[in-house]
Design a binder for this molecule. Structure first.
Ligand code: ADP
Ligand code: MG
Length: 269
């Protein structure tokens, strides 16, 4: 595996898009696996009650598993909840269980309700013996308190954009919401990375959308496009990322390439 430059401080990404089904979870787990394969220590925090990232990473997330819910609501230390992925020795996951569905409402009445994840993550990263290089937070497709917690805990936002007709719809609302978070809750937040996903080079539409997004966000969009690929969509049903399910498939290679771009670009100033 190609060895990549490692950041000196942990880079904390929130993977967000208010739309469902645009490739947030797929991008989270495959970038995380790609970076872990290159030797980085990587933590995925599953913040979606559906627990799709936990499934894809092959970690336990039955309803009685201690999870990110306990971290956010019950002050359980993150170190007690974290699980190693079976795929890579340097890839870890804070799983989500079905209990997280209730957290959105339970959070409303808690003190510092927007900062719960950040406090827990800061404490964990501060006391962990082994340094983490990357943290990826996988968000639900809504702008509720869970997603706000993710934006407050992160330094960088990674937005996956599906190359289809409605791709840009809702994006300005997402960016406005991120600006509000930046202004009121987390001044160090920045939209550093946009990744075009489910790209089908045979359609004019996909090319048009890709060009459009590049024109709007020339700095942020990665050169690498993630192709639409059956191997990518099959991998989670084996509790695997495509990086180990089918390492040399075009989908796997594209996520490895995207990970390399992210590592070489480094953290935003
Ligand atoms: P989100 O987390 O934004 O809801 P997912 O990552 O779960 O989106 O992706 C939605 C669906 O699309 C899933 O079934 C996933 O397997 C599939 N998918 C994601 N990326 C690709 C891709 N590049 N090629 C084919 N299918 C994909
Ligand atoms: Mg998802």
């Amino acid at each position: 595996a190609e060895s990549l430059p490692l950041p000196t401080e942990p880079r904390i990404f929130t993977v967000a898009n208010q739309k469902g089904g645009v490739g947030k979870t797929t991008t989270t787990v495959n970038l995380a696996a790609a970076l872990a394969r290159s030797g980085a220590r990587v933590l995925v925090i599953d913040l979606d009650p559906q627990g799709n990232a936990s499934t894809a990473l092959g970690v336990e997330h039955r309803s009685d598993t201690v999870s990110v819910y306990d971290v956010i609501i019950n002050d359980e230390p993150m170190s007690q909840v974290i699980q190693k992925s079976p795929e890579f020795d340097t890839l870890f996951c804070v799983p989500a269980t079905i209990h997280l569905a209730g957290a959105e409402i339970e959070l409303v009445s808690l003190v510092a309700r927007e900062q719960r994840l950040r406090s827990a993550l800061d404490a964990f990263l501060g006391q962990s013996d082994d340094d983490f290089h990357y943290v990826f937070i996988d968000c639900p497709p809504s702008l509720g308190l869970l997603t706000i917690n993710a934006f407050v805990a992160a330094r960088e936002v990674l937005i996956p954009i599906q190359c289809e007709y409605y791709a840009l719809e809702g994006l300005s609302q997402l960016l406005n919401n991120i600006k509000l978070i930046e202004r009121h809750l987390n001044p160090r937040l920045s939209v550093s990375t946009i990744l075009l996903t489910m790209y089908d080079s045979r359609t004019n539409l996909a090319n048009q959308v890709a060009d459009d997004v590049r024109q709007h966000f020339p700095q942020e969009v990665l050169k690498t496009l993630i192709p639409r690929s059956v191997r990518i969509s099959e991998a989670p049903s084996y509790g695997q990322t495509v990086i180990s399910y089918d390492p040399t498939s075009p989908g796997s290679l594209s996520y490895l390439e995207a990970a390399s771009e992210i590592a070489h670009r480094g953290a935003p100033a």
